[in-house]
Design a protein around this ligand. Sequence first.
Ligand code: NAD
Ligand code: LMR
Length: 328
Amino acid sequence: MVKAVVAGAAGGIGQPLSLLLKLSPLVDELSLYDVVNTPGVAADLSHISSNAKVSGFLPPNEGAKAAFKDADIIIIPAGVPRKPGMTRDDLFNINAGIVKGLIEVAAEVAPKAFILVISNPVNSTVPISAEVLKGKGVFDPRRLFGVTTLDIVRAETFVAEIVGKSNPQELTVPVVGGHSGETIVPLFSKVTPAVTIPDDKYDALVNRVQFGGDEVVKAKDGAGSATLSMAYAGYRFAEKLLKAAKGAKGLVEPSYVYLPGIPGGEEIAKKTGVEFFSVPIELGPNGAEKAIDILGDLTDKEKALLETAIKGLKGNIQKGVDFVHSPP
Ligand code: NAD
Ligand code: LMR
């Protein structure tokens, strides 16, 4: 029996993500938590004639605790999204506290759950989550994931447009690093099957992958950021993880993880100089079974992108760690 939780379930990502989970044969129990509107979202979804049993929870009282209790997977898109002119880091002041509070509950009532953090800034909210879990003595790095799948989804789509591939999902386009602007590093030299990106299109393509989120924020014009593509991306990651947990082999998806705690990750952490970093992760029954090093044989342009990304990530990671140890 698989119990899945969405925290932030009434929001722009939360609702379509909950719909996808309700449709999944991999989920038996779907628990929806938000500070508003979950009874309505749960009632609505509960009329769909699929397997999962749906419940909605609100604060105060035991809302989050009851929602999270004994969960197998907790997906967190709770918090505020960007408006035009904002960076993801501008969301830190509000979202850091929201994520910290939710992880404290998860640590208490579902310490073995896979935790998928969507709330921005992911570069900092994942280190916050790790520090909270460490403090509670229940940190298993193989079970904590920053969801960067939307960067991979975008990279697949934009590369396919340029190389004229009709089905973007036939491409595997690795994107490493973090999840904001220049910390996002697409590695077009490692696409399989191999593609050739024309020189005159390379810089614009990198920029589009790095700033795809801004494209949506601008188009939504004050009404938020990516929600539907994110719900798809979050579901894609969750589905792979649940399949791997049930024994499916060979499932790989990049994710922003605590590298030193994952087999193969220590070497990548040494190479990059950062402990939190997104690389392709082989998924298995315990979550992240192996971090795959694809940072060898990069082109000069990719090496330069990586160097810039690492500089940005160091500050984002430290900010998250400091938030837990010396709260403002
Ligand atoms: P939204 O405002 O539509 O929804 C957020 C939901 O979180 C709301 O329903 C709100 O009530 C709820 N919420 C607030 N505080 C909460 C708490 N303490 N506990 C539970 N729920 C709480 O926003 P959205 O568009 O769904 O985006 C959510 C977050 O996801 C934002 O931080 C956004 O930047 C981020 N995001 C990340 C990615 C990614 O690739 N990782 C992609 C898109 C958006
Ligand atoms: C995205 O990449 O779409 C999300 O991180 C949301 C944002 O703020 O751009």
